[in-house]
Design a protein around this ligand. Structure first.
Ligand SMILES: *[C@@H]1O[C@H](CO)[C@@H](O)[C@H](O)[C@H]1NC(C)=O
Length: 160
């Protein structure tokens, strides 16, 4: 019993700290930083300067990511990106052998061979997608218990 409580606490701490990371990642997308750039996703940014239209998006050079440093773009891995958008997150794809794949933290879709069907199924409230043999949606702690975290760490499925 004591041990179980201990595990629950550990899981809570792990989940709480991973939520901080998620929130942090979200709020720095599309926010003007002190370097006068705002990252629209992991690799693209626009400038926050009076003389430049704010909707003009520029790409970072190959293998560089948008950051809050004075140079805007830095080599991937050298610093954390300011913004990670849903499109930057890798999710399982239909590989011909899976029948369902998670397409966001809380949704899954059926595979037709190696094509993803368009019908999106939502997990019940407070459950998260983790396709396994016995269950498709599990509670947050269970979903995060694997070393790799959420099977598809997106807010919402990508459309189109
Ligand atoms: C990032 O945003 C740019 C501009 O909107 C877009 O062209 C690019 O495909 C995006 N990158 C990803 C990984 O979605």
């Amino acid at each position: 019993m004591q041990y179980f409580k201990f595990l629950k606490t550990l899981c809570f701490i792990a989940v709480a700290s991973s939520m901080v990371v998620v929130v942090f990642g979200d709020i720095t997308c599309n926010v003007c930083q002190s370097n006068h750039a705002k990252c629209v996703n992991e690799t693209h940014f626009s400038l926050c300067l009076d003389g430049v239209p704010p909707d003009q998006v520029m790409p970072c050079p190959d293998d560089q990511i948008c950051t809050s440093t004075a140079k805007f773009c830095m080599p991937r891995g050298s610093v954390a990106p300011s913004c990670i958008s849903d499109a930057d997150v890798e999710c399982p794809s239909c590989d011909g052998s899976s029948l369902f794949v998670c397409t966001s933290r809380t949704t899954f879709q059926m595979c037709n061979g190696d094509t993803l069907s368009s019908q999106i199924t939502k997990c019940k409230d407070n459950t998260y997608c983790a396709i396994s043999q016995s269950n498709f949606c599990v509670d947050r702690c269970e979903a995060l218990s694997s070393a790799t975290g959420f099977q598809c760490d997106r807010e919402a499925p990508l459309t189109g």
